[in-house]
Ligand binder design. Structure first.
Ligand SMILES: [Zn+2]
Ligand SMILES: [Zn+2]
Length: 343
């Protein structure tokens, strides 16, 4: 089978990989969809590295259990599964509290092939059964973007009396819109790419602003009775947007910084001046999500009838992975996935 290896300098290669054998407590997952992420684009865009280990890229996978290793006893061959994105040791404090992605002894990064290939080995605990009424596409959206958005909002807890401003409407921003609407909040999206503005309309955003066409500080204040948004969600990674968060939110706002981006944004915490720039705001960061977030996310999707799959705009066979990467880099799309025929 073929696997996607990112070379850099806008090149990928399809490497021939052996179908692996599941070992103790592992299952073999036959891929149905593997997502291409904004974070996969970083090494794709970068200079080729002399140390490139030639490993298969990817951390977003849904599929079907194809074989069980010895000791794997909770899943069955044929089960439809969501796969968690990080392979930890499953013994340390991070792993035990649901965050194998934050494990200091990550087993996968730089050490093993990841998920952009036809079959992948995962530890049984990392593969969770997809409810019957949920599509592979819905589950794929939770493997990275949806989980990251969920975990970010869990830190700032929007409710029916909040106005949430979301900067950047890529898949993580769009999932933020979808979740925040389900939580009952009023949601304002900020984005420049037309395709993404349209997707935000489709997932139910209440108001949209394009900073290339209008003053977003005045626009957001006008939409929030002059106060500013009570919740800020920064998923653009843009330095100007990162710094502007304090200007578009209310003095007691909760703000979560979700996206990375180039270093150098300035947030002014000065306590002087007119009650200070920071005032009573709470600011926090967030990194991906906990394995245990799968359960409240799936309950929310089923109870509210959400369709995260609508954010998937492009599907490619692995032979066209170069097109999938080039499109993801443009940002003129929602989620882009590699897809294998099923059943
Ligand atoms: Zn991702
Ligand atoms: Zn661990």
């Amino acid at each position: 089978m073929k696997g996607v290896v990112v070379i850099g300098d806008h090149r990928i290669e399809l490497r021939e990989v052996d179908k692996p054998e599941p070992q103790h407590n592992q299952v073999l997952v036959r891929a149905v969809q593997a997502g291409v992420c904004g974070s996969d684009v970083h090494p794709y865009r970068a200079e080729p590295r002399a140390t490139n280990p030639g490993l298969v890229q990817g951390h977003e996978l849904v599929g079907v259990v194809d074989a069980l290793g010895p000791g794997a006893e909770h899943l069955q061959v044929g089960d439809r599964v969501f796969v968690y994105l990080g392979y930890g040791c499953f013994h340390c404090e991070q792993c035990a509290s649901g965050y194998p992605n934050l494990c200091l002894d990550r087993r996968d990064q730089g050490k093993m092939d990841r998920y952009q290939k036809g079959y992948s080995i995962v530890r049984e605990e990392m593969a969770l059964s997809i409810p019957e009424s949920m599509s592979f596409g819905d589950a794929l959206m939770l493997t990275c973007a949806g989980g990251t958005a969920w975990s970010a909002l869990d830190k700032v807890r929007p409710t029916c009396h909040d106005s949430v401003v979301i900067f950047g409407l890529g898949p993580v921003g769009l999932m933020g819109v979808m979740w925040a609407k389900a939580m009952g909040a009023h949601v304002i999206g900020v984005e420049v790419i037309p395709e993404r503005l349209e997707l935000a309309r489709q997932v139910g955003v209440d108001a949209l602003l394009n900073p290339q066409e209008e003053d977003i500080v005045a626009g957001i204040r006008a939409l929030t009775g002059g106060e500013g948004a009570t919740v800020g969600y920064e998923s653009s990674g843009n330095k100007a947007a990162q710094a502007a968060m304090l200007d578009v939110t209310s003095r007691q706002a909760r703000i979560v910084y979700v996206a990375g981006g180039a270093p150098g944004a300035v947030i002014d915490p000065s306590p002087f001046g007119q009650w200070g720039k920071l005032a009573l705001r709470t600011i926090c960061g967030t990194v991906t999500y906990a394995l245990t977030d799968w359960y409240p996310m799936t309950r929310t999707i089923l109870r509210h009838g959400l369709k995260p799959e609508q954010i998937i705009t492009h599907r490619f066979p692995i032979e066209q992975a170069d097109e999938a990467y080039a499109l993801t880099e443009t940002g003129r799309c929602g989620k882009v996935v590699l897809e294998w025929p099923w059943p």
